[in-house]
Ligand binder design. Structure first.
Ligand SMILES: *Cc1c(COP(=O)(O)O)cnc(C)c1O
Length: 355
């Protein structure tokens, strides 16, 4: 049986993407690889609205969260924590031996430009981490406004766009993002295993003088191979083929603007569905994510039973993340998901719960 995943990653992968991945293997130091790499990077730059270098890492996104702090925190880092993944970035920063403070916000709240401006003024920070789209709470940070205030502080701006890239616009260069990272298994709708990040000239220069960068995630090592259109170590070559193919589809077949609009439509559809049934959404409306909705289970639906019943119907349901497991559930609407499929899913929930 085929299941449709309505969990916030990994997401369903289209058959033609799997086909694109199943071409014969090539060596990672040969010409064919370099051509594939260069073409993929060019497309990634369009996706990310950047002219900066984009590295491709054979790891999950967490690897690049580690890379970002490892290469760009010299003195002290400010981690903005408003959900599970942003709080994890604080944990990662400290685990890498870096000094760090966390601007702790209530889960479900959005970090605002004012709060970040104020927090950055309090100490001698040289780096700031931010999660653009908090997958645990369905909150999208007002990145454009935040970027405006970050500009006035001398910090490396490190942004996790894991569950927004490919679904919500991220204007990397205009927003002066130094490291913008994401994995391919969420709104990009590829199988897990690759992560990508743009790295600004300033961030690359800075990393040169940051000690203890390790090897696997050292930007200096990445750069050395990037110049040759290669990756430092053996890349997940089938995934790279899939990424190249999927980027073609996103940029040329669907079109970026259409893709963003489709995600907006699915976000609105889900929020309307939730409100019409009498649920509340966790985030304030203006910060509600267009790739994942976090619904407060105000109607006390038996989520365990619902999960089981949906599974029987061929759907994978997502409850709340971690500590929000019991009183929230999430509906992912990202990747290649079609609004019609989402409607069917919501209608199935209505039917199963009698809502
Ligand atoms: C899924 C997710 C991660 C972790 O990604 P992995 O690929 O599992 O390492 C980090 N940040 C956000 C916002 C996510 O949604």
């Amino acid at each position: 049986m085929d299941w449709k995943l309505f969990i916030p990653g990994p997401t369903d992968v289209s058959l033609d993407v799997y086909e694109a991945m199943s071409k014969p293997m090539i060596g990672h130091r040969g010409k064919d690889f370099s051509v594939l790499f260069e073409e993929t990077v060019d497309k990634l730059k369009k996706l990310m609205f950047t002219e900066e270098r984009v590295y491709i890492s054979t790891s999950s996104s967490t690897g690049l969260m580690e890379a970002a702090v490892r290469n760009c925190v010299k003195n002290k880092c400010l981690n903005v924590g408003n959900g599970a993944f942003s709080c994890k970035w604080h944990e990662i920063t400290k685990a890498n031996g870096k000094e760090a403070d966390m601007l702790s916000l209530t889960w479900g709240d959005a970090p605002t430009a004012e709060l970040i401006d104020e927090a950055l003024s309090k100490d001698n920070y040289d780096a700031l981490t931010l999660v653009h789209n908090e997958t645990s709470t369905g909150v999208t940070a007002p990145l454009k406004e935040i970027a405006k205030v970050v500009r006035d502080h001398d910090v490396s701006f490190l942004v996790d766009t894991v569950s927004s890239m490919g679904g919500i616009k991220v204007d990397v260069d205009r927003w002066n993002i130094d490291v913008c990272l994401f994995g391919v298994q969420k709104a990009m709708a590829l199988p897990p295993g690759l992560a990508c990040c743009s790295v600004s000239e300033e961030a690359l220069e800075k990393s040169r003088n940051v000690e203890d960068r390790g090897y696997y995630f050292d930007f200096q090592v990445f750069e050395k191979y990037y110049k040759k259109n290669q990756t430092p170590t053996t890349a997940a070559i089938p995934l790279l083929r899939g990424l190249d193919y999927q980027l073609d589809k996103i940029l040329n077949r669907e079109g970026l603007e259409n893709r963003f609009r489709r995600h907006e439509e699915m976000g609105e559809l889900t929020r309307r569905w939730a409100r019409d049934r009498g649920f509340e959404l966790l985030p304030e409306d203006r910060y509600a994510s267009n790739t994942v909705s976090c619904v407060e289970n105000t109607l006390k639906v038996d989520c365990e039973a619902l999960q089981r019943d949906l599974y029987e119907r061929g759907y994978v349901f997502s409850n709340g993340y971690g500590k929000m497991k019991n009183n929230h559930f999430r509906i992912a609407h990202m990747g290649d998901r079609k609004p019609e499929e989402l409607k069917e899913y919501l209608e199935t929930i209505n039917e199963l719960t009698g809502l």
